[in-house]
Design a protein around this ligand. Structure first.
Ligand code: ADP
Length: 388
């Protein structure tokens, strides 16, 4: 039996999951507040344990993970480690086994993903130390979108400058869109033309044609596209210029766009549950935020329907997409002319797995498909080291 350890490393947190080659989860957990007095929460067959410990850096986080797993009776001796990395740039269009050269190449891409790639690399480096000789596979959020055609990935700016600086649409959440579109095809018993809506803290839409991404709403960075928890998505770049010219610094604009926009900017909270609660108690700002959120999504659904030349399923996933019947209903409302309708009873049923929420015999099925990025990373990591 082979086991695979999946590591998703952020700047101050590290999520992990150990799976076997039958895709059973043997244990999982989260180290939080790396950089100081931290905590690990580990879940295994015997339940959950929470341990406080000093966690100065990512190496210490992995050591804490190994100690906690051992104490819980879980022998951490993975055959391969799969890492979530955000930005693979133009170079990495598939998972890759990490060596020093790959590590250096990912480091160079930090310019494009300053918030995400450096913490991912800290996890890679710590795991290479903790598990010497064990292959480490980097799985990039951008990779699934490598099939997007040039007309959908090209920004219409100075072509030489764009090529020199790598400015184009890369797209993100690829691991989720790949997993969810494959699960949707499995659920329906056929491939087809799908729009997948990954609605979590970050949010993106993806047009998938027979298993290949042909368009997605995030761009050079995860700032573009849909309204998110703290990011506003599409914005006239002229607004950025205006803010810079009228006295805001680059860092201030960065903070505005990454942390004080989206639902948080419109309502004060980036958590959709708060926004729904505020709207139901009559807060007009929250009601407007929900309208903007759904309006933006509907625009992408329409655009992608045109790009795909038709639609065989609309698929909701991630925290909001999987859990909020109200948001799903708001998105689909008024789209009956596109063959899209929701059955209120199936929409509000508390089922967990992949399911249809459109009426029986609907022209275009509307599905909810839970995402599982860890499992998709595990599959890629095992495949990358499998004998050919
Ligand atoms: P991340 O992008 O960090 O992985 P998730 O996919 O977990 O995030 O999504 C987090 C979002 O999901 C939050 O905005 C949260 O409000 C929302 N969410 C979770 N459960 C519900 C629910 N029952 N109803 C509405 N929104 C929910």
């Amino acid at each position: 039996m082979s086991t695979v350890l999946v590591v998703n490393s952020g700047s101050s947190s590290l999520k992990y999951q150990l799976l076997d080659d039958a895709e059973r989860v043997l244990g999982s957990g989260l180290v939080e507040r790396i950089g100081g007095a931290g905590t690990i929460t580990h879940r295994g067959p015997d339940g959950e344990v929470v341990v406080d410990a000093d966690v100065p850096d990512h190496t210490a986080a992995l050591a804490l993970m190994m100690r906690t797993c051992a104490a819980a009776g879980l022998d951490l001796a993975p055959d391969v480690v799969g890492h979530r990395l955000v930005h693979g740039g133009a170079r990495f269009s598939a998972p890759v086994v990490v060596d020093d050269e790959v590590e250096a190449a990912v480091e160079e891409l930090a310019d494009l993903a300053p918030l995400h790639n450096p913490p991912g690399l800290l996890g890679v480096r710590a795991a290479r130390q903790a598990f010497p000789g064990v292959p480490q596979v980097a799985v990039f959020d951008t990779a699934f979108h490598a099939t997007i055609p040039p007309e959908a990935s090209t920004y219409a700016i100075d072509a030489d400058l764009a090529a020199e600086r790598g400015i184009r649409r890369y797209g993100f959440h690829g691991t989720s869109h790949e997993y969810v579109s494959a699960e949707a095809a499995r659920f329906l018993g056929r491939e087809g033309r799908f729009v997948v809506l990954h609605l979590g803290n970050g949010a993106s839409a993806c047009a998938v044609s027979d298993g290949r991404s042909i368009a997605t709403s995030m761009g050079l960075t995860p700032l573009e596209g849909l309204v998110m928890g703290t990011r506003g998505g599409d914005l006239d770049p002229g607004a950025v210029l205006h803010l810079l010219r009228t006295g805001m610094s680059v860092d201030e604009v960065d903070a505005l766009l990454n942390r004080r926009s989206g639902l948080a900017g419109l309502t004060g909270s980036g958590d959709l549950r708060d926004v729904l609660a505020a709207a139901s108690s009559g807060d007009p700002r929250a009601e407007l935020a929900l309208d903007v959120y759904a309006h933006r999504i509907r625009g992408y659904v329409g655009a992608y329907l045109a790009h795909l030349g038709g639609l065989d399923a609309l698929v909701f996933t991630a925290g909001v997409g999987e859990n909020s019947p109200e948001v799903r209903a708001r998105v689909v409302e008024g789209l009956a002319h596109l063959g899209l309708q929701i059955d209120p009873a199936s929409n509000s049923a508390r089922d967990r797995g992949a399911r249809a929420i459109s009426p029986d015999g609907a022209q275009v099925p509307v599905l909810v498909v839970p995402t599982n990025e860890e499992l998709q990373i595990a599959r890629h990591a095992l495949a990358a080291v499998a004998p050919r």
